[in-house]
Design a protein around this ligand. Structure first.
Ligand code: COA
Ligand code: AMP
Length: 630
């Protein structure tokens, strides 16, 4: 069947299409129907079914006789270790961990925060929660204590599972003191914390609250899988929005299983026994979907890589992992490839390791620039497939579906909409625009299975953020166009979200931190173009009247403050003091114009600007940082 036929089949018979896809999942109670539109425009899928995610990701493969197949390969250049866990071992480890959590009172519906680096135990913690029907929320290790505290207060976990430390090439990340500080800051307190002690740093446990990973599992009865309803939340994953308060994206259990399993063959063209590697982090949606759940649901072997694209030890690290573990489909962010290309522009290191099994390279998380795609195509000599998705959707909205039909690649486009996503480009009034015209990218409701049904504890915010601007559509927050062949082009965000090294960050959140500095009267943060990371945050600070402090000192304190409050992942390293910010007459800061000036893009004087002279001052400030050099 061709892509066009499949897309049409889904459009003409969505129930039949998704119920057929559901046939690949083991159900406790089969779904009688796919879509539940009883609360439209809030839609849910497979609500009358019962299922367990862990059974589908682990137990069923052992039951099918594939217990000896590797489930997880942990490859950790930062610790110099490699470790293989078979499906049978994974079942044993996960059911014991789940048993220990159950013995401490964790039940279906309880929230559990997971704060861990790239170790197999992170996946085991996720799967143990899924086994019990507990709702996990994984927090990325690069976030600071205050960000962890916000998430603790929002999802009120009964337990937190953390590691003693993470390892960055330049330093040990002390997870335990960050965890302790976050619990101190938060109003909500977990009943207990489980600490996975790593040999690189053993953390001090808090008596009465903390239990050690191994000790806590000693002698417990392994737990069986708890069936949950199809719309039971599998997890909450916080992502950046316009304001400082992160959005808790809810992932529904059954749709997640059906959709992820479908993508493994249709998009990535892999199946049981194949090795799949997504070089991301379990703290991001890519890590949830394609390091943990999808490869295991499909019975693949997943690679958990604790290292970087460069420097651990060199720019051949990815090629070594692919070669050594016989990876068939590989997924990374364009930033990682740019880092490799920068160290190895002629691709000499690519040939160091034979990669006969590698069929395709998938890119997502940020715009894939043509130079990077060309470099990868030239040196790897395999299809390089850009695909577009969001934390909210959990899998690709647009892709080139390798397992259905490889469509011609158009560089600069993540190709075409996947079945179930009716992607349209709209003007401000919500009317579809013609091919090639730029507009807001929206998806006609209902979204397909597995996508977010709501935000945790914030249904009003869900409706306001995504469903209100264009009634009948989900607003993606991305702008772009569709060409005459139906190929999508993602050009920019329409909100205050920026993308730094494939990490989604809120400039609004950084502004909230800067505004709290005692000398800052007003501020703005923009994302300026960066050759390596795609975008890089830059702050503009207006100081309080009468503040005579050295500007360099204030800037330094502001940089430290963002690192302390949001975390190193914000990568906030540059700020400049200015007298005034450019605004419209109604007081809206002209961030878009500042970005264009910084990036040397053509720009027009906004008709609504209050005082055009301020833009000259901004240009001078940008030039002092080596930007806006025209
Ligand atoms: N825990 C703690 N700190 C972390 C972290 C983690 N898991 N991940 C990153 N950080 C820290 C880094 O140590 C760095 O701190 P520093 O300011 O002290 O140097 C900071 O966060 C920024 O990190 P990063 O964006 O990784 O930049 P880098 O300069 O260290 O590395 C690259 C550059 C290109 C190698 C790196 O950005 C990279 O691997 N990018 C690909 C990211 C990716 O796969 N994204 C996919 C998301 S789907
Ligand atoms: P996240 O929720 O962290 O996955 O970030 C989602 C956002 O990253 C999207 O809304 C886009 O702005 C951007 N993005 C993801 N993939 C792509 C892509 N292939 N091309 C362009 N932008 C992308």
């Amino acid at each position: 069947m061709t892509y066009a036929q499949l897309y049409g089949q889904r459009r003409d018979d969505p129930e039949g299409f998704w119920l057929a896809a559901a046939g690949a999942i083991d159900w406790v109670k089969q779904p009688g129907h796919a879509l539940n539109a009883s609360r439209a425009p809030l839609y849910e899928w497979f609500t009358d079914a019962e299922v367990n995610t862990c059974w589908n990701a682990v137990d069923r493969h052992v039951a099918a006789g594939r217990g000896d197949q590797p489930a997880i390969i942990h490859d950790s250049p930062v610790t110099g270790t490699k470790h293989v866990i078979t499906y049978a071992e994974l079942l044993d480890r996960v059911s014991r961990l789940a048993g220990a959590l159950k013995a401490k009172g964790i039940q279906k519906g309880d929230r559990v925060i997971i704060y861990m680096p790239m170790v197999p135990e992170a996946l085991e913690a996720m799967l143990a929660c899924a086994r019990l029907g507990a709702i996990h929320s994984v927090v990325f290790g690069g976030f600071a204590a205050a960000e962890l505290a916000v998430r603790i207060d929002d999802c009120t976990p009964k337990a937190i599972i953390a590691a003693s430390c993470g390892i960055e090439p330049s330093r040990v990340v002390h997870y335990k003191p960050l965890l302790d500080a976050a619990i101190d800051l938060a109003d909500h307190k977990p009943d207990f914390c489980v600490i996975f002690q790593r040999e690189q740093e053993v953390a001090k446990l808090t008596p009465g609250r903390d239990v050690a990973w191994h000790e806590f599992q000693y002698g417990v009865t392994p737990a069986d899988c708890t069936p949950v309803e199809g719309n039971h939340p599998a997890y909450i994953l916080y992502t950046s929005g316009t304001t400082g308060a992160p959005k808790g994206v809810v992932r529904p259990t059954a749709g997640h299983l059906v959709a992820l399993n479908w993508t493994m063959r249709a998009i990535y063209n892999v199946g049981a026994g194949d090795v799949f590697w997504a070089a991301s982090d379990v703290g991001w949606v890519v890590g949830h979907s394609y390091i943990c759940y999808a490869p295991l649901i499909a019975g693949c072997t997943t690679v958990v890589y604790e290292g970087k694209p460069v420097g651990t030890p060199d720019a051949a690290a990815f090629w070594r992992v692919i070669s050594e573990h016989n990876v068939r489909s590989f997924f990374t962010a364009p930033t990682a490839l740019r880092a490799i290309k920068r160290d190895d522009p002629e691709g000499k290191l690519v040939n160091r390791y034979p990669m006969p099994n590698l069929q395709a390279l998938f890119l997502a998380g940020e715009r894939a620039d043509p130079d990077t795609i060309h470099w990868a195509q030239q040196h790897l000599n395999i299809p390089v497939i850009d695909h577009w998705w969001q934390t909210e959707t959990g899998y690709a909205i647009a892709a080139n579906p390798l397992g259905i039909e490889q469509l011609p690649v158009k560089i600069g486009s993540p190709s075409v909409a996947m079945p179930g996503f009716d992607v349209q480009v709209l003007d401000e009034g919500g009317h579809p625009v013609s091919a090639g015209t730029l507009g807001a990218i929206a998806i006609k409701l209902p979204l397909p299975p597995g996508t977010l049904p709501t935000l945790w504890n914030a249904e009003d915010r869900f409706i306001k953020s995504y469903l209100s601007h264009f009634p009948g559509f989900y607003e993606t927050g991305d702008a772009g166009y569709i060409d005459a062949d139906g190929y999508l082009y993602i050009m920019a965000r329409t909100d205050d979200v920026i993308n730094v090294a494939g990490h989604r960050l809120s400039t609004g959140a950084m502004e909230e931190v800067l505004a709290a500095h005692r000398d800052v009267a007003e501020c703005a943060v923009i994302g300026v173009a960066d050759d390596l990371k795609g975008q890089s945050p830059l702050g503009f600070l207006c100081l309080n009247k009468g503040c005579l402090r050295d500007h360099a000192d204030v800037v330094k304190e502001c940089v430290t403050l963002v690192r302390e409050k949001i975390g190193p992942v914000a990568d906030f390293k540059r700020a400049v003091v200015v007298d005034r910010l450019p605004k419209t007459r109604s007081g809206k800061i002209l961030r878009g114009t500042m970005v264009k000036i910084a990036d040397n893009q053509p720009w027009k004087m906004p008709a609504t600007i209050d005082d055009p002279a301020i833009l000259d001052e901004i240009t001078v400030a940008l030039q002092s940082l080596g930007l806006a050099r025209g």
